[in-house]
Structure formats: structure tokens, C-alpha cells
Unconditional design. Sequence first.
Lengths: 499, 156
Amino acid sequence: MIEGILIGLETALSLKNLMMVMIGCFSGTIIGMLPGLGPMTAIALMIPITYGFEPSTGLILMAGVYYGAVFGGSTSSILINAPGIPGTVATSFDGYPMAQQGKAGKALAIAAYSSFAGGTIAAIFLLIAAPSLSKVSLAFRSPDYFGLMILGLTAVSAFSAKGHFLKAMMMVVLGLMLASVGQDTLSDIPRFTFQNMNLSDGISFVLVVMATFAMSEALTIIFKANDPTRVAKQISLSELGSIKLDKIETKKMITSIPRSSVLGFVIGVLPGAGSTIASFLAYGMERNFVKDEEKQKFGKGSVNGLAAPETANNAACSGSFVPLLTLGIPGSGTTAVMLGALLGFGIQPGPRLYQTNPEIFWSVIMSMYIGMVILLILNLPLIPYIARVLATPRTFLIPLILFFSVTGIYLMSFNNFDIYLMIGIAVCATILRLYDFPMPPLILAFVLGGLMEENLRRSLLISDGSWSFLWDRPLTMVIMLVIFSIVVWQIYKGFLKKN
Amino acid sequence: MNISPSKIISLLFFIFSGFYLYTAHQIQVFTFDENAAFNAKTFPIYLGYAGLLFSALYIILPETKPSNVDLSVLDYKKTIMLVVLMILYGLTILRAGYFLSTSIFLVLSYIVLGERKWIWIFTLSFPFVAIFMYLLHGLLNIYLRDPFLQYIGIMG
């Protein structure tokens, strides 16, 4: 492991990669700060650029963007009560009241320190857990992988789209259907191409991500006539108050960080749970842990109430890398985008990544530490200036997002058909979003489609066409039982609510 | 009778899944693969059935959390104009070249969305695209096809 850490440090500390972490953290913060634009959009916009780099550099850049976007989301939660991403909603419960009391600088400092601590502690857990899990996951067979992928998709549908389980499952199927377009990987037989040569290689992952996130988010803002930056124009973003914390505040923050880090990391590892659930659970847990006097302050500007969700959401981000790096199965929409990018580099994450591409495996883990430090050093003093991004008029913001999206796909194919297809998918995605059909399950399914088919193929061929592979191995059977419980519970819960 | 838009979307998805399933059955597989445990159409066929199942469940079961969208506040005009601009952008990007088509797309989009500060409209279009192109093409060595700039001799 020491050797691996040194390899990772050597790669992550190269001048180019350090620059990439800085650029990633900085641009991620800016994009994540804009309400409605989360880490998935931020990473999606970066993918075409990363294809010009080595895989480790590209992945380091995306990891930086991810952390930066989560931090940026907290900033807009605190300053204008408009969470950039769902994972920072709980941050606004106490962060925004603090800002209203003239303590915006302190709130941002608590968010920055907690994010740093949560991310760093979770990265240490990742350092310990990932190699061990990689070894364990070598024992997994095709039926287990197939089961795990269905589990990931079901869990994301159940947890990320609260109350819209069936809609999310439809999006999962749609994502898998889109992934099935193009030549079959084994037999080269064209499927759903309708004799169109442009579809014979399938639909590009970047195209689908750009269309369903960056482009459709931009169109949704216009369609709903929202101006996410309107509130920012009404407040002074340059007078945020002191960022220095007193002893009592520091003590409160320090007590909340360890427990929220552990909770956040564990929740992040679970498929589908992610930073949103982690931050809400941490907020609830913290409320139960503190004394009655502090409990009264929750929702009115409590330090613990702000530190806990901030620590947990960053710890969950690190945790979500565990299934991606060890099993090759992303547990969230954001890590699905990263998996798609990795596959684009020709790298298959999974238990063997640890052995075949140790520099990628370790450099990503080490870049997380560096990313956290850079986020703290770079963002905290610059916050009053970066916060002005919140006041960027949508009249400029939206066209620029559309321009980056079209450029991204143009750079990859130099083909009009792909641009039209992207616009078509973006328009459909905008309508679907309007009626709460969630997009993360679609992306996760699109990325996993090929792998799922491959594992189903192997499983069915081994079992000679029998579906008994789903219960022959104890591990597969347990996974299938969990999936069954989630589906039945979600449908039953719907009935309970209605009655 | 009021049918919720989500149910209409689910019905459309049901029809789409039916079409997908039909097309999956039409996939031509090799003769020796016809009766194999798994061939090129196996997975799509299951997907077609899954699509039918979930959309049918949504249509049949009562809605637990209906999506309330006020259609009267939606800005159709600007959205449609932006989509048309994007289609035109896609149409011209290969012919007119990246620089010209992107700059014009940005200028028109800013105007469509109601921006009237000409200095910013100009700064964030032609010079911005030129800098962006230099970053991609000049510094990151990412190829950008631009027949217009090649014609006037600016780009090699």
C-alpha cells in the first residue's frame, strides 16, 4: 500500500495534475454555486476537455470539479438560500439564518472547514477500504455483478427520486434502451440503427450526459422562467463579515466532524444513497447528540447544524468512489458520469484496476487530499469574489452553457447528426424533468447498459439459459432479495400514502 | 375527466416500449445463434417487457405524488426560439465554421433572452470565442474544424 500511495502522490503532485486539481476545484466551485447546476453538469461540461489528457489527469480534473461543485453548492445555500445541489439543502437550514444574522463569513468558514475535514477523513477511510474491498470483490462472479447493477439502479431510483419510484424505473429502462442502440458488442449485429450509419457506433455517452444535464437544465431554467441569480442581486456579496471562528464555535464544529464523517462515508458507499441522504441524516443525528440548549438553536443558525451536513456530504462524495473504484459499479449519478468518462479513456474500473492501473487508482485517492487542501486555501479567502458569480445574469449564463454543450459534442464527432440528436434528447429531457421524471437513474442505466448485458450474457450462457443463476449463489440470492424488498416496499409505500 | 400529464407521458412510454419490443424481435441474428441461450436480441426483448411493465404500473396505479406544473407561467416563446437557434447553430457549424457560427449563436441567444448591454454582448461573443478557440486549438492542441478561418488564412 505504501508503494501505491507513493505512486499516487508522484502522479498527483506533478505540476500538470496539480494545475488540474486547482482548475477543477475552482471551476467546480463556480458551476456548483449556480443554483440548478450541480456536479453532474460541471463534470459533463469538462468531459470533452479531459479527453485531450491522460486518464489519470482527466480523472483528477473531474474529481476536483466534483468537490468544488459540492463546496460551491454550499456557498449558494448559505448566501442566498438556493442550494446548488440537493446535497446542500440541509446546509441552508442553519447556514442561511447565520448569513441573515450578518455572519455569512463565519458560516462559509464553518462550511469550508467541515467540508475539508469530512472529505479528508473520508479519503483516509477510502485509502483503507478500497484496496481491501478490491481484493474481496475479485471473488464476485457475473451473476453477482448483474445483481449488483440492478441493485444500484433500483436503489438510485428509490432514494434519489423520493415518491417517484415508478417514474425513476421508467427512466432506468429508457437509459438501458438508449444504451442498446448500435452494433452488438459480440456479434456486431446492428440494433435499433434504422439503417442510419450515424447510429451504428451507438449513442455517445457525452452526448447523453450533455443533453440530459447541461442542456436540459439550461432549457428548464428558461422554460420555467426562473432567474436563479435574482436573489443574489438583492444582497451584498462583498460584505460577508469575518471568517474567524471563536473557541466555542471551533469546539462545537470539532465535536460534530468525526461522527458526521463516519456516517457520511458509510452512506456514500451505499448505492443510490449519496450526499443528500447523508447530509439529512447527519443533521438529524447531530440534533440528537447535542445538548438541549444547542438543540433550540437548530434552524436558527446553529454551528453544529451547519457543520454536520457539510461534513457528511463531502464524506459521502469520497464514499461514493468506493463502489466505483472497487467494483466498477457507480452508486450515484455523478460517479456514473465518471465511469462513463473512464470507459471513454478505455479503462474499465473494478477490482483489477488496483493491479492493472495502480497509478490511476492511487492518484485519484491522493488527489482527493490535495483537492481538499486546495479547496480550503483557494476558496476561503476568495469567497467574497467568487460569490459574485451568483449575480451572473441568466441572459449570459444560459447561452454559454448551451455553447459549451454543443462545443463538447462537436469536438468529439464533427457531425451535425449528433448535434441534432443532442438537441432532441435535451428537449425530451426538459419535458420529462418538468413532470419529475428524474435524470440520474437514466444516466446510471445508460452507463451500466453495456456491462449489464455482458454480465447477463455470461450468466445465462453458464447456466445454459436458465435464470436459476439469480439464486444459485448465496451472494446473488441476497442481492436479489434486497432488490425485491426495495421494489415491494416502494410500491407498498405508495399505496400507504394514497390511503 | 382530467388525465395527468405524467400518465400521458407514461402512456407514450408504454407505446414506445411496445415499438421497441417489436423492433427488438425484428433484429436479425445469425442462424446458429437463433436458439442460443443469449443472442443480440435477448437483452432488448427483456428491456421492452420491463418498459411495458413499469409504464403500465404507473398508468394503472393511483398517483402518490402528482406533479403540479402551472403551464401558464412557462416561457414557451424563449424556449422555442433558443431551440431553433441551436438547430441553426448545428446546421451552420460545419459550413460557416466554428468561430463565426458560435459567435453569431451567442449574440442571438443573448438578444433572445433579453440582454441589451451591447458591450457585454460583443465581449462575450466574438473575442470570447476567439480566446476559447486559442485555448483549445493553440494550447490544448484539440483540433477544431473551421473552414472560414482556414479560407481567410488565420487557421492552418
